[in-house]
Ligand binder design. Structure first.
Ligand code: PLP
Length: 515
């Protein structure tokens, strides 16, 4: 059914524009809520008193959430500043012009913008990770000493011999378009690397290089799924997966395994979530945000389930080489599975995490060639090739496998040392909190609902509070589909990490005082 999304906006103290996205089923429905709108506007005046202190341009609000945007459209506050008594999810179409005249003409605060957005983005949510990092930046700009544990990227520089490839590329004129799916040399080098992972031949034409693993994932979701399809997503999940599925106008279905098993999925979990409409399964191992890792046997079980159900398996292995187990040097890959275990799949990987190359924007997918061609065709109309000098840098990274392994294992060993230290510190300083002990990647997923209290009753509010009180920035678990947790990145030095955890312990207090 159609519906209209619009925003009520108003001015607070001539400086702040405030807006509410609202959905209405009919004009009558909206009129009935006119009193609510007026009440909202009145309350905004008082909120505005506080907000006037902030360099904000806009306030947006959903039922319980209020977000503050700066002029660049970046969310700089997200939390329960205000509860808006407006029903959402009401549906039907009315024109904003019709609505204009319906609101109190005397109220100069209210104005309904005529801008209508496409249904393509009607369910898109802004990244919940941005709110806290923007608040952190603001506090830092105000001179506060902030320790940022929200980073999703290694704190190392790109190895120089890799960067040299990019620099040399620029010097030698590698500054033009390349084939959309990447220069053949790079695709061949990546295929060679994948052969070393799985010990099986890999067709280089199945490799599509894009602007980061993110683009590779989006290409896959957009190419494979559409209206009416359901896509299972291992939860807690990386924040962009559901949004990508939503952009394809398919239905994301988060599936969490048992928390005692670090949320890892089993066939039984998948069976319970499966319907006739299930078309895909997105799996991340090692996981962002939990760091949990599937064993090869567990991967086989899931891959075989997907094959039996004719569900496309999208395996995000971007953290595969940041692995802390003693049994092997990297986390298991679906490429290591026996051929008979795998049905249709797309493997996602890239240079961002394992080579500390987040800013170069190089990621790739590997799939059967027919699908790879479709992924390339989509990319040809969206971004074309990944940046050419970046491809040249990646060519160095993927061509010299020995040197690459040495560099990656060096970084992984540093992460492992930090992981061990953080486990010790958490047990010593914050014994009242439980967490998933990461076996890969560089995140701790820490359960914090024991710290909730009046006014601080969800992960976003808790992160904002802890940031204000301790100067430590973390990412609310709601961004990953579990509001009881926060994500802490240990892509930071030992000293900063220890100091951050000590500050948190000071604010949160001992278990006895929080009981
Ligand atoms: C699980 C996961 N997949 C994909 C990506 C995207 O990586 P890239 O920076 O290569 O686009 C990220 C980045 O944070 C991630 O955590």
């Amino acid at each position: 059914m159609n519906h209209l999304d619009f925003r009520l906006t108003g001015e607070v103290r001539h400086r702040l524009s405030v807006g509410f996205p609202v959905r209405a089923r009919s004009v009558d429905e909206l009129v009935r809520h006119r009193a609510d709108f007026k009440r909202m506007a009145d309350r905004l005046d008082s909120v505005g008193q506080d907000l006037a202190q902030l360099p904000v341009h806009q306030v947006r609000s959903w039922i319980d959430i209020i977000e503050v945007e700066d002029q660049g459209g970046h969310v700089i506050h997200s939390g329960k500043l205000l509860s808006v008594p407006v029903p959402i999810n009401l549906v039907e179409s009315v024109s904003p012009e019709d609505l204009r005249g319906l609101l109190d003409p005397d109220s100069r605060r209210l104005d309904i913008p005529a801008m209508k957005f496409s249904p393509n983005i009607s369910r898109l949510q802004p990244s919940a990770t941005i709110a806290v990092s923007t608040l952190a930046k603001r506090l830092r700009a105000e001179g506060r000493d902030i320790i940022d544990l929200s980073a999703g990227e290694p704190d190392f520089g790109t190895p120089e011999w890799i960067s040299e490839g990019g620099i040399e590329g620029i010097r030698s004129g590698a500054t033009r378009y390349t084939p959309v799916s990447g220069i053949p040399e790079l695709r061949r080098a990546i295929a060679g690397y994948l052969e070393s992972v799985g010990g099986k031949p890999v067709d280089w034409e199945g490799v599509v290089v894009g602007a980061g693993a993110k683009q590779a994932l989006f290409n896959a979701a957009f190419t494979l799924f559409g209206p009416g399809d359901e896509v299972l997503i291992g939860a807690p999940y990386w924040t962009s997966y559901p949004q990508m599925v939503v952009l394809a106008r398919a239905e994301p279905v988060p599936v969490a395994g048992d928390s005692d098993r670090n949320f890892l999925l089993t066939r039984a979990d998948l069976d319970a979530a499966y319907t006739e409409r299930t078309r895909g399964l997105i799996l991340c191992s090692p996981s962002n945000p939990t760091g949990a890792v599937y064993t090869l046997e567990e991967l086989r079980e899931i891959a075989e389930w997907a094959k039996e159900k004719d569900v496309v398996l999208i395996a995000d292995e971007i953290y595969r080489e940041i692995y802390f187990g003693d049994d092997r040097s990297c986390a298991p890959s679906i490429l290591e599975l026996p051929d008979g275990s795998l049905g249709p799949y797309v493997l996602i990987d890239g240079a961002s995490k394992c080579f500390a190359m987040t800013g170069w924007r190089i990621g790739f997918s590997y799939s059967e060639v027919e699908l790879a061609k479709k992924l390339g065709a989509l990319q040809s109309h969206v971004t074309s090739n990944a940046a050419t000098p970046s491809q040249m840098a990646a060519l160095n990274a993927y061509s010299d496998l020995e040197r690459a392994t040495e560099a990656k294992q060096g970084m992984a060993a540093t992460f492992r040392g930090r992981r061990d230290r953080v486990v010790e510190l958490l047990n010593e300083l914050l014994p009242q909190l439980s967490f998933v002990e990461p076996m890969g990647a560089f995140y701790f997923f820490i359960r914090v609902d024991a710290l909730f209290r009046d006014g601080v009753s969800d992960s976003t509010a808790l992160c904002s509070w802890l940031l204000e009180e301790s100067g430590v920035a973390m990412v609310p678990g709601v961004a990953f589909g579990d509001d009881r947790f926060v994500r802490v990145s240990f892509a930071t030095s030992d000293e900063l990490m220890e100091s951050a955890l000590r500050r948190l312990a000071d604010v949160v207090g001992s278990p006895a005082s929080t009981a």
